[in-house]
Write a protein that binds this ligand. Structure first.
Ligand SMILES: NC(=O)c1ccc[n+]([C@@H]2O[C@H](COP(=O)([O-])OP(=O)(O)OC[C@H]3O[C@@H](n4cnc5c(N)ncnc54)[C@H](OP(=O)(O)O)[C@@H]3O)[C@@H](O)[C@H]2O)c1
Length: 253
């Protein structure tokens, strides 16, 4: 199946590692030009260099998405450098933790505001091509109780609600908006590798939740995201696509 991604221009936040990195690798492999960011300059430079090897135009900068002005300026520079934006994937998260009110503010600014600011800044550009697509990276933690009353879980729920309502609002302009909710995803340097080492009981519990006994990999999430982001996913908007290898137990309607 041709996803129709050749020549599309995609902006992905937090794309030097993990799920974001797998997404940009796959989009580039499918022929899309890439704009990416993360906070660590050397890792951004390495990602730009390595992904450029796939023969597409790749630009990237070290930006903290929590800094609203710097982040919005980076988005505009990236659109100018790529010559437009067809696909936006806000992927950065502040991660979990239950410690303090400070954590709630950070989670709100990073998870929610960076997504909303990105959608608002890029919307005029996404509308221009007539087939814009936004895929917000959420989490199964929003749809089933996990870990405790974490800001992370609540912010991911906010993102799913925002995604649905934005999809209704911008559909008439030809822009699709979806959320993808991964379950636990294992990769070197990721949260689940850390959990395996420091909280083995929690890791063992998680492994028992997968009917097939296997935790997901970033590349598996990337394939779901790429399809939904692409013109091939034209029928899908306002959805929250759970990609969790059976980790969650609810019935989905
Ligand atoms: N891993 C899982 O099991 C899992 C499960 C469900 C959902 N998710 C969601 O999937 C997304 C990606 O998760 P992941 O596990 O792949 O993350 P990760 O390994 O922690 O990677 C995060 C990426 O974002 C960058 N980043 C972090 N904070 C940033 C900031 N404030 N500004 C700019 N860049 C920033 C990181 O680079 P720097 O550190 O250099 O900035 C890195 O490139 C998140 O939204 C997460 O909630 C993950």
């Amino acid at each position: 199946m041709d996803l129709g991604l050749r020549g599309k221009k995609a902006i992905v936040t937090g794309a030097t590692k993990g799920i974001g990195r797998a997404i940009v690798e796959l989009l580039a492999q499918e022929g899309a030009d890439i704009g990416l960011c993360a906070r660590t300059e050397e890792e951004v430079a390495a990602a730009v260099r390595e992904i450029s090897g796939r023969g597409v135009h790749v630009v990237g900068e070290a930006v903290n998405v929590r800094d609203g002005e710097a982040y919005k300026a980076w988005l505009e520079r990236t659109v100018a450098a790529l010559g437009g934006c067809d696909i936006f994937i806000p992927n950065v998260s502040a991660g979990g933790g239950m410690d303090s009110e400070k954590n709630w503010v950070k989670a709100f600014e990073v998870d929610v505001l960076h997504t909303v600011r990105g959608c608002e800044t890029l919307m005029p550009h996404l509308e221009k091509g007539g087939a814009g697509s936004i895929v917000i990276i959420a989490s199964t933690n929003a749809v089933e109780t996990f870990g405790g009353p974490m800001a992370y879980n609540a912010m991911k729920a906010a993102l799913i609600t925002y995604s649905k309502q934005l999809s209704q609002f911008v559909g008439k302009k030809g822009v699709r908006v979806n959320a993808v909710s991964p379950g636990p995803i294992y990769f070197e340097g990721g949260a689940w590798e850390m959990i395996k080492g420091t909280m083995p009981k929690m890791y063992e519990w998680a492994m028992k939740q997968f009917p097939g006994g296997k935790m997901g990999a970033p590349e598996e999430v990337a394939r779901v995201v790429a399809f939904i982001a692409s013109p091939a996913g034209s029928l899908v908007t306002g959805a929250n696509v759970v990609a969790d290898n059976g980790f969650t137990k609810r019935v989905q309607f």
